[in-house]
Ligand binder design. Structure first.
Ligand code: NAD
Length: 505
């Protein structure tokens, strides 16, 4: 294996995508302005499809459809088990078309086909099944009260979970289909309806999903899909008064704008944002696992993962061994077109992302960082950037502090365990972290010291719908997945009653 690329051309698969259309109220319709966004294959740089560039007017129609469906008697009365069955039916339809959808994802996003098929599609199908099971498990509590006055009555209360209403889902480009399901599945499970806006860079699998949603028998308007740019489409969704909750995954910069805009009418928000996650390797770690683990923590999906281990913190005794080991591992990864055999690293999603990653690395080197591996965009066609390792980076350098969202890791030494808390938490973010050690004492004591939504021990980037996911600090607000999802898509309502004991006298 080598990281030399060959640029196999692959023909666009004969996949039925409702190109240039929006899904509103169960119908595929043209956008009001008729304008379209070209879709570029990141490996070939060729335009191979178009999606509609929707307007605020289109968003309004979609939200109204979602609201009508939400308020309809048929939706309000639908048995929770039947909402679960819709999700299970969709899972079966996707499962039967997993190869087709994975192919489409790889064309659109550029990621290796094996990743699309065994990560994105596997997650998508599992998440639908997981949330399908939740639909029938919404439950409140029965409460006994202790009133602070005595009016002769006795008080009881119960809580029930009510769906928030119309959910606006806004998703990024790194795991397009999985992110769409991450919004749609819990919303439907808990009785909400949805207007989803995928990233303008990677909308195709979400559009194909829309067709399967119709085929699965979702009622018209339960899920609507509007493609287009963040502004006006995403911003119109956030501004619309009938949208009661925004479920957003994307950058911290956009998340901040959404939080500010949502304050106008107190919309509920969950924000899954960026990260600068540490991978911590202690001297006693099993290096045969830790070195490939640290490498794939950052190089997997070309580093375009919100929890990517972009800060490698290594105990001094093993610093050179780990950094050189990660660089050597990187040199053996096969970079190339999604459909080439043995490819592990695909291109970045866009020329803009490539410019951003290469610009940040150049600036990091100019600021004094030592380049251990990679560091220069690959020549030829495609938005390829090699796995890159930097060390001796100033802690205040931009490359040490900002999310790069590319296959670039910044390595630093850890002189003693007492300084790990400060080193790991020296970031505005708090999404993920991993600790590699054979010592359980150290693992659990240090895990408690790291400020992040998830800490992995001897692994990295294991996501499971059973495990709550989200970030602290600038990495976001709220949690998705697990039993936490119920809080994200429902409101608790307390019903309090006075019982009169006199009736029994
Ligand atoms: P982005 O913030 O640029 O875009 C995300 C989505 O928001 C897109 O659909 C975009 O069109 C939309 N958007 C842009 N401006 C908007 C606005 N003003 N109002 C409403 N919507 C708007 O992010 P991206 O570049 O697509 O994705 C990469 C980012 O996503 C990274 O920062 C990454 O860390 C983050 N991410 C986070 C998670 C997580 O779960 N925490 C997962 C994946 C990606």
């Amino acid at each position: 294996m080598s990281n030399m690329m060959s640029r196999a051309e692959t023909r666009f698969p004969a996949v039925d995508v409702p190109e240039g259309k929006l899904l509103i109220d169960g119908q595929w319709v043209e956008g009001a302005t008729g304008t379209r966004i070209p879709v570029v294959n990141p490996a070939t740089e060729q335009v191979f499809a178009y999606v509609a560039s929707a307007s605020a007017e289109d968003v309004g129609r979609a939200v109204e459809a979602a609201h009508r469906r939400f308020e309809s008697r048929s939706w309000q009365n639908m048995r929770p088990l039947d909402r679960g069955r819709l999700l299970e039916t969709l899972a079966l339809l996707i499962e039967a078309r997993a190869e087709e959808l994975a192919t489409l994802e790889s064309w659109d996003n550029g990621k290796p086909y094996a990743v699309s098929r065994h990560v994105d599609l596997a997650f998508t199908i599992d998440a639908l099944r997981y949330y399908g099971g939740w639909a029938s498990k919404m439950a409140g509590e029965y409460l006994t009260l202790s009133p602070f006055f005595d009016d002769g009555g006795t008080y009881r209360a119960y809580t029930e979970r009510r769906p928030v209403g119309v959910v606006g889902g806004i998703t990024p480009w790194n795991f397009p289909l999985g992110q769409a399901i991450q919004k749609i599945a819990p919303a439907i499970a808990f009785g909400c309806t949805v207007v989803l806006k995928p990233s303008e860079l990677t909308s195709l699998t979400t559009l194909r999903l829309g067709e399967l949603i119709c085929e699965a028998g979702f009622p018209d308007g339960a899920v609507n899909i509007v493609t287009g740019y963040g502004d006006p489409v995403g911003s119109a969704l956030v501004a619309h008064p009938m949208v009661r909750k925004i479920a957003f995954t994307g950058s911290t910069e956009t998340g901040r704008k959404i939080l500010a805009a949502a304050s106008a009418d107190m919309k509920r928000v969950t924000l899954e944002l960026g990260g600068k996650s540490p991978t911590v390797v202690l001297a006693d770690a099993d290096m045969e696992q830790a070195i490939p683990g640290a490498a794939m923590a950052i190089f997997g999906n070309s580093g375009q993962v919100c929890t990517a281990g972009s800060r490698l913190i290594v105990q001094s005794e093993v610093f050179d061994q780990v950094v050189e080991g990660v660089a050597e591992f990187a040199s053996k990864l096969t970079i190339g077109h999604a459909f080439e055999p043995d490819v592990t690293i695909g291109p970045l999603v866009s020329d803009r992302q490539l410019d951003r990653v290469s610009g940040m690395v150049e600036q990091g080197i100019a600021d004094g960082a030592d380049l251990v591996a990679g560091g220069e965009r690959l020549s030829g066609t495609g938005f390829y950037y090699p796995p890159t390792v930097l060390r001796n980076v100033r802690p205040d350098a931009r490359i040490a502090r900002e999310e790069i969202f590319g296959p670039v890791v910044v390595a630093s030494r850890l002189e003693d365990l007492k300084s790990l808390k400060a080193a790991a938490n020296d970031t505005d973010y708090g999404l993920g972290a991993s600790i590699w050690t054979r010592d359980l004492n150290k693992a659990h004591l240090l895990a408690a010291q790291i400020d992040s939504g998830t800490v992995w021990i001897n692994t990295h980037n294991i996501l499971d719908t059973a495990m709550p996911f989200g970030g602290v600090k600038m990495s976001g607000l709220g949690r998705e997945f697990g039993s936490e999802a119920i809080n994200a898509f429902t409101e608790p309502k307390a019903v309090c009653m006075r019982l009169d004991p006199a009736v029994l006298e």
